[in-house]
Design a protein around this ligand. Structure first.
Ligand code: NAI
Ligand SMILES: O=C1[C@H](O)[C@H](O)[C@@H](O)[C@H](O)[C@H]1O
Length: 345
């Protein structure tokens, strides 16, 4: 049975997902698209050879009985309304981060999903499908390094535009580390603090860059995450877990090495599309496969989206206070307690 997708937001990642569902993954088909920029939606039909209907907005797209599931790949502030409308329409939803831009918005989605009675939503925290992070989690779970004590992470972009703000470093960029780091160690966050090293000359006037975010978990693990969005040299994601008896680190992205002009080196990627290309494929294939197999998606849940939103809110508070801020989560509903493994990790 082919899963028929409607796409809400045909921009950069929306097009990446249209391409992979149409040309690479098994079991999906794009049957509907919409974008507030209608020309963008129209353009996808020819660009990707889609046999799909262009709708004026998410509501009319969701009313299409041939749509089984939607991809919410619009701007973050638009996610909550589209996800709630999809749940109301009893459609499966794959939503790119953030689930919603506020913790309250995430809770509205959690409550709507619980009221519906079964999981419909998967959040696009794709790093949980990245083979490097999966290997880190296996090493930790197998006690290969003993108990994890500390984590050092870095999220480096080559550069960002003038529209990129200091708080985006948290809710748009570091949100990936916020989700994946507590998942790695299976521990809840307790506090967060933000410090600002010397400002990079490449950071625009109104941006504090780089930033160092220090997270502490309930179990006492201390995580230091560097956000550096004008590093110039590449798109570079680092993660090192220091344990009682050893250290495990993300592998460098696979590339040939070279010897030339008295130099020895390897290539560094410049774009997130390439660094996590396999993880994007796996998360969407798992979304389709697990729904077909169990009737529910089993990737990152709306509750994971809530945890990320609460933590990001506290980190943004810490950006402004300079203090160690508490991270206070509501009690996790039993509805989200079912442990699941990716169907095709
Ligand atoms: N998982 C990941 O690694 C990544 C996730 N993202 C997330 O994906 C989302 C989209 O990001 P990009 O594709 O980079 O942005 P983009 O700006 O390239 O595309 C967003 C599209 O959504 C459309 N749009 C905005 N509001 C809409 C609405 N209410 N209804 C329909 N269409 C609407 C815009 O016209 C635009 O075409 C963001 O939430 C972003 O955080 C983006 C890049 C990477
Ligand atoms: O979600 C993303 C991308 O995946 C990159 O990791 C970030 O650097 C970017 O800011 C964000 O939009």
């Amino acid at each position: 049975m082919t899963m028929r997708f409607g796409v809400i937001g045909t921009g950069a990642i929306g097009r990446e997902h249209i391409k992979r569902i149409s040309n690479k993954l098994a079991g999906g088909k794009i049957v509907a698209v919409t974008d507030v920029n209608q020309a963008s939606a129209e353009d996808t039909l020819e660009t990707f050879g889609l046999d799909a209907t262009v709708y004026p907005d998410d509501k009319t797209l969701l009313a299409d009985p041939t749509v089984d599931a939607v991809l919410v790949t619009s701007w973050g502030p638009a996610h909550e309304a589209s996800v709630l409308a999809a749940i109301e329409a009893k459609k499966y939803v794959f939503v790119e981060k953030p689930l919603a831009t506020t913790a309250e918005g995430c809770m509205r989605i959690v409550e709507a999903e619980i009221k519906h009675g079964k999981r419909l939503v998967q959040v696009g925290f794709m790093r949980r499908y990245d083979s490097g992070y999966v290997q880190l989690k296996e090493a930790i779970e197998n006690k290969f390094i003993g108990e994890p004590l500390m984590i050092r992470a870095a999220h480096r972009n080559p550069e960002v535009g003038e529209n990129y703000t200091t708080d985006m470093a948290i809710h748009d960029t570091l949100i990936h580390e916020i989700d994946v780091l507590h998942w790695l160690v299976n521990d809840d966050y307790k506090t967060v603090q933000v410090t600002y090293p010397k400002k990079s000359k490449h950071a625009h006037e109104n941006l504090k860059d780089p930033q160092i975010v220090t997270l502490e978990t309930e179990g006492g693990i201390v995580m230091s995450a560097e956000i550096n969005v004008n590093c110039k040299y590449g798109y570079d994601i680092q993660c090192e877990v220091i344990g009682e008896e050893g250290v495990v680190s993300l592998p460098e992205f696979q590339s040939i090495s070279f010897r030339k002009n008295a130099m020895f080196g390897t290539n560094v990627l410049m774009d997130w599309k390439d660094r996590f290309i396999d993880a994007y494929d796996k998360e969407l294939q798992d979304f389709m496969d697990s729904i077909k197999l169990t009737g529910e998606p089993n990737g990152p849940t709306s509750w994971d989206g809530y945890i990320a939103a609460v933590t990001a809110d506290a980190a943004i508070k810490a950006q402004n206070s300079g203090e160690k801020e508490q991270i206070s989560l509501k009690e996790k509903p039993a509805f989200y307690n079912k442990q699941t493994e990716a169907v095709n990790a």
